[in-house]
Design a protein around this ligand. Structure first.
Ligand SMILES: Cc1cc2nc3c(=O)[nH]c(=O)nc-3n(C[C@H](O)[C@H](O)[C@H](O)COP(=O)(O)OP(=O)(O)OC[C@H]3O[C@@H](n4cnc5c(N)ncnc54)[C@H](O)[C@@H]3O)c2cc1C
Length: 586
């Protein structure tokens, strides 16, 4: 199917409506993908909430889930690229259905999502490798129901992956002997292949990097501990004179480092969708509780602050979904000449997940004590939602990345072909052939304004545009001044928040246009953005290094959203209509 055809067929399926297992039918997916999604829902629902919570509280390794994954060929179908599919027409690397699975697993519990996520990361360096035997072995292991692991982090070095202490000493036969430890490595207890990043003892600098595949069951692989107290296994392991044969080597030199970064590029996109799934489940629980709770003779949802809290949480969640769905299209259309996904990716990772935290915060302030109860999903959501902004690159690291695109976004435009909705059954092969990770600041963008202008009839889009265009004005008239301010990440992170909102709003408008989303929701979403922008502008004003011109600009861009009580009531009515719409089977 041509992408354009897919667009018309599935456009309506990718709007802002919440994923609800009771009504989900997998519309827009091919039959095998639909079967997998529905089977996954049925696995969790038939096992029930009591068992979900018992396993969580007892921090039980989820072998039942992994048995299901093996039986239904879930990971092998969804995570084997077409090039390794050996004629199986259902296997392909399809970001759209991967994101659907992220959302479903996040909806039922982040631990289940995590074993899948770190398998994706572990497979990244393998699928990018020229080592055909290793790729074939990974495909066979997937068929056997194996999970995978990504061994990048080390205890001492955190985000500084240049400083690896996993050292490979040549053995004289084309192979190496590996020694060193890895820390925070998911699935390190069971993985069929662990992709490990290290460096050669005999070669200085980037030429010495090596990515290789280790076997977690090998006697020289020492599983030290689970670093976390949870169902998932986040391992510390050591390699003690581990023999790395030539056949185990996946990448060498600078390519090994690029494989690490490109793998994280593929993987970190998933976190936004897991965050969406968590928020959706928590939302159903929260509204069903609050709308039926009567205090002082009236519903909790009649309190003005509760009404505002629900409408804000709903709008933020709608925005997370709209942005994420549109970012999928850019991911799937990416190629050497269109690398805009490299901006939308860290925003999905950082912005969508931090918005997820805000959604849960808002809901938790409303449901209060209920959010602690051992029998509910909310307790898990409140804990797990915090992890997503911090992992696979912190908010700071991702914002540092986002900032590199700011000049290109505002001042270096190019005409691209229209990006259609991409829910077709294509293999996203470019993701394993992304090439150099350099040249980010040279990437050109399509003009961000026209889509905003097409929505300018909506009062809060128009108001937000005044603020958004202000970021361009700020960069032209009062940009970060001297070298000291250009190095002041504390200042730049706040500038990055203002910039991120402009990009976030742009893709949301694009998705709203593609799906024919009703104006009320768009207006309410931008009502929150106008307030958020004002908050970040105020923060910029207070930054130690903000100049007088920057401070004046900041105060000049504080705005109040356009108030419309009737629109607010209509959105609130959509929220309260979700009362009882979903409850997990007991
Ligand atoms: C549950 C869990 C699962 C994980 N799973 C895996 C896994 O499977 N595989 C794996 O390899 N790793 C995994 N990790 C490791 C994770 O990716 C680390 O959190 C990451 O390596 C960053 O290290 P750190 O958290 O120690 O922070 P540090 O690197 O110690 O950072 C400290 C502070 O400095 C800031 N900072 C660091 N560098 C920069 C920069 N360049 N720009 C701006 N600010 C910066 C950070 O934002 C942070 O606030 C996991 C971690 C956890 C907790």
């Amino acid at each position: 199917m041509e992408p354009a055809e897919a667009a018309t067929e599935t456009a309506a399926a990718t709007g802002a409506e919440l994923f609800n297992p009771s009504t989900y039918d997998g519309a827009g997916l091919d039959p095998e993908s639909r079967r997998i999604m529905l089977a996954t829902i049925e696995f969790f629902e038939s096992r029930g909430r009591a068992e979900l919570k018992r396993a969580d509280h007892e921090r039980e390794w989820y072998s039942d889930f992994l048995d299901f994954v093996k039986r239904e060929r879930v990971f092998s179908t969804l995570l084997t690229p077409a090039a390794e599919a050996d004629g199986d027409a259902d296997k392909r690397w399809d970001t759209a259905r991967i994101c659907a699975f992220n959302e479903i697993t996040g909806f039922y519990g982040l631990a289940y999502w995590y074993t899948w996520q770190v398998s994706i990361l572990g497979l990244g360096p393998i699928w990018q490798s020229g080592n055909e035997a290793a790729r074939r072995r990974a495909a066979e292991l997937l068929d056997d129901g194996a999970i995978f692991a990504f061994g990048l982090s080390e205890r001492e070095h955190g985000a500084d992956i240049y400083s690896t202490d996993m050292v490979l000493t040549p053995d004289g036969d084309g192979g190496f002997t590996a020694n060193g430890g890895k820390y925070y490595i998911g699935n390190g207890n069971e993985a069929g292949m662990v992709s490990v990043f290290g460096r050669r003892a005999d070669v200085e600098g980037p030429d010495g990097y090596v990515f290789f595949a280790a076997d977690s069951k090998h006697e020289a692989y020492e599983l030290v501990q689970n670093v976390v107290n949870a169902q998932m296994y986040v391992s510390e392991f050591r390699l003690n004179d581990y023999p790395v044969s030539e056949a185990d080597v996946l990448h060498t030199g600078p390519a090994a480092f690029e494989a690490a970064l490109n793998t994280v590029n593929v993987g970190k996109f998933n976190l936004g969708f897991a965050s969406i799934g968590i928020c959706e489940h928590a939302f159903f629980e929260a509204i069903t509780h609050a709308h039926n709770r009567v205090l002082y003779g009236r519903r909790v949802t009649d309190f003005p602050h509760v009404r505002q809290g629900f409408v804000d949480a709903y709008s933020r969640l709608a925005a997370m979904k709209l942005f994420g769905e549109r970012a999928i299209d850019y991911f799937r259309c990416a190629g050497p000449d269109d690398r805009r996904y490299l901006l939308y990716n860290p925003i999905t990772k950082m912005k969508v997940t931090t918005e997820g935290e805000r959604v849960i915060d808002e809901l938790w302030d409303i449901v209060a004590a209920k959010g602690f109860e051992k029998d509910g999903y909310f307790e898990m959501a409140a804990r797990d939602i915090r992890g997503l902004p911090k992992l696979e690159g912190t908010v700071h690291v991702n914002m540092g990345l986002v900032l590199k695109f700011m000049p290109g976004f505002f001042f270096n435009h190019a005409a691209y072909d229209e990006i259609p909705v991409r829910r077709d059954a294509a293999d996203d092969e470019f993701l394993f052939n992304q090439g150099s990770t350099r040249g980010l600041s040279k990437i050109q963008f399509h003009d961000w304004k026209p889509v905003y202008e097409r929505f300018a009839r909506i009062p809060n889009v128009a108001r937000f545009m005044e603020q958004a265009d202000g970021v361009r004005v700020l960069l032209e008239t009062a940009p970060p001044t001297d070298e000291a301010q250009r190095q002041d990440l504390d200042f730049l992170l706040t500038l990055g928040e203002l910039f991120t909102l402009v990009v976030y709003g742009q893709l949301i408008c694009e998705q709203a246009e593609l799906t024919g989303l009703e104006d009320d929701i768009v207006d309410q979403v931008f009502d929150t953005f106008v307030r958020d922008f004002s908050g970040f502008a105020t923060a910029l004003h207070g930054k130690a290094s903000a100049t007088e011109a920057q401070q004046a600009w900041a105060l000049d861009h504080v705005r109040k959203p356009v108030v419309d009580a009737e629109r607010f009531e209509r959105v609130l009515a959509q929220v309260t209509a979700l009362d009882g719409a979903y409850e997990m089977r007991p």
